[in-house]
Design a protein around this ligand. Structure first.
Ligand SMILES: [Zn+2]
Length: 116
């Protein structure tokens, strides 16, 4: 640490880059609630626990998150949630275009996931 101050946005961007570079993957324990992400740098071979809270906040149990409230594991899960939300949106579009009864492919309980 060199004491440089980063904005929250810069920290998020760096964490996302790191998630890509380190090719991090999330494992779902509880859908849209709890995920595990393998640690590549801090404790190789172990997993970090990433939780999705009702408020929409996504937290990790690693020291990086404790310090910055942003980390690559957390962003790995945030990206996954964004991807899944986009897919649900795509399915909804298909349903609307097909003029089918307003039936969703899966229950949509994303209200609590709105960005903080
Ligand atoms: Zn973390």
């Amino acid at each position: 640490m060199n004491g440089t101050k980063y904005t929250h946005e810069e920290l998020v961007a760096r964490a996302r880059e790191r998630a890509n570079e380190e090719n991090l993957h999330s494992f779902q324990v509880e859908r849209r609630r709890l995920y595990l992400v393998k640690s590549r740098k801090l404790r190789p071979g172990t997993y970090h626990m990433v939780r999705v809270h009702r408020s929409g906040q996504v937290t990790c149990d690693c020291p990086g998150w404790e310090r910055w409230t942003v980390c690559a594991h957390q962003q790995t899960v945030v990206k996954r949630l964004e991807r899944e939300a986009a897919r649900r949106e795509w399915y909804r579009e298909q349903y609307l275009q097909a003029d089918l009864p307003s039936e969703e492919p899966e229950r949509d309980d994303t209200d609590h996931l709105r960005a903080a």
